[in-house]
Design a protein around this ligand. Structure first.
Ligand SMILES: NC(=O)c1ccc[n+]([C@@H]2O[C@H](COP(=O)([O-])OP(=O)(O)OC[C@H]3O[C@@H](n4cnc5c(N)ncnc54)[C@H](OP(=O)(O)O)[C@@H]3O)[C@@H](O)[C@H]2O)c1
Length: 242
C-alpha cells in the first residue's frame, strides 16, 4: 500500500465534508499480547527500526501528529518527520507537496515544559489547553489553542474543529491510550494502523483506555483493510465498522 492509501487519503474529503473535522488515523505499536508499554511506562522501542521509519512516512502523509500530555511527559517525543538522512526513509513516497505536519499536544493544564522536544524548531507546534488555563509561558514557543473542557480533559470534538479551522484535514493520532480512548468514545477514529511486534510484555497498558467499552455488546468491530509485514513486525490496517 502507498502512504496515501495507508492514511486513507481517498476518504478524507468525505469525512471532512460530512463532519467538518479532520480524518483521524490512530496508530499504535503493540506486542502480540496487546501491550503498548511496560508496567514502568517505558515503550521505546516495541517495534523495529523498519516500522518506526515507516511511521515517519505516515506522519508526513498527514497534516498533524497528535499526542496526549501523558505521552509528552513519559517519552518527551520530538514528533517531527525525520529527513532523508535515514536510508530507510524515502520521502519521495509521500505525495507532493508535503511539509512538516503540526505537532499537537493535548495538554489541559499546559504542563508541557519549555524545554520539551516538541517545542524545538523542527516543526510547528500547537499546544491545546483548557480555555481557563494560563499558558502564557508557552506562547512564544508554540501556538496555544484554547479548547473547552470535556468530561475528561479537553472536548475532543472542539479540538478537532479547531484543527479543521486551521486547514488540517487529516491527523495522525499517536496515542497514548488514554487520549485514544477518548477519541474512540467520541466516535472520531476513522482508521487504525497497528504495528504488532512478535514480542510479549505480559503486563502494561493496552492500546485503549477509557473508551467506554464495558461489555461484549459494546465491542468496537473493525473491518480489516490490509495485513502485511513491516520488517520483523506485522502491520494491520483497519477501519471501524459504521
Ligand atoms: N506503543 C505506543 O504506540 C505508544 C504510543 C504513545 C504512548 N505510549 C505510551 O503510553 C503511555 C502514556 O499514555 P497515557 O495513556 O498515560 O497518556 P496519553 O494518552 O498520552 O495522555 C493522556 C492525558 O491527555 C490529557 N487529555 C486531555 N484531554 C483529554 C481527553 N479528552 N481524553 C483523554 N486525555 C486527555 C489528560 O491529561 P491532562 O488533562 O492533564 O492534560 C490525560 O491524562 C506512556 O507509557 C507511553 O510511553 C505508547
Amino acid at each position: 500500500m502507498t502512504v496515501d492509501e495507508l492514511v486513507g487519503r481517498n476518504e478524507w474529503q468525505e469525512v471532512n465534508e460530512k463532519y467538518r473535522r479532520p480524518f483521524v488515523v490512530y496508530k499504535f505499536a503493540a506486542t502480540l499480547d496487546g501491550r503498548i508499554a511496560a508496567t514502568d511506562g517505558t515503550s521505546q522501542w516495541i517495534t523495529s527500526p523498519e516500522s518506526r521509519a515507516e511511521v515517519h512516512l505516515l506522519r508526513a502523509g498527514c497534516q498533524a501528529t497528535i499526542v496526549g500530555s501523558g505521552t509528552q511527559q513519559a517519552d518527551n517525543p520530538n514528533l517531527a518527520v525525520r529527513g532523508n538522512d535515514d536510508p530507510r526513509l524515502n520521502l519521495s513516497h509521500v505525495s507532493e507537496p508535503w511539509k512538516q505536519p503540526y505537532r499537537v499536544i493535548v495538554d489541559t493544564e499546559a504542563k508541557t515544559p519549555r524545554d520539551a522536544n516538541v517545542l524545538n524548531d523542527a516543526a510547528p507546534t500547537i499546544i491545546a489547553v483548557a480555555d481557563d488555563t494560563d499558558a502564557s509561558h508557552l506562547e512564544d514557543l508554540a501556538e496555544v489553542v484554547k479548547v473547552r473542557r470535556g468530561t475528561k480533559g479537553l472536548d475532543i470534538q472542539i479540538l478537532l474543529e479547531e484543527l479543521y479551522n486551521r486547514q488540517i484535514h487529516g491527523v495522525f493520532l499517536e496515542g497514548g491510550p488514554t487520549l485514544a480512548g477518548s477519541f474512540v468514545a467520541a466516535g472520531v477514529v476513522d482508521r487504525v494502523v497497528n504495528y504488532i511486534a512478535p514480542a510479549m510484555l505480559g503486563e502494561g497498558k493496552s492500546g485503549l483506555i477509557g473508551s467506554g467499552i464495558q461489555t461484549m455488546s459494546d465491542i468496537l468491530r473493525l473491518e480489516l483493510i490490509e495485513v502485511s509485514r513491516s520488517g520483523p513486525d506485522i502491520r494491520v490496517v483497519a477501519r471501524p465498522k459504521r
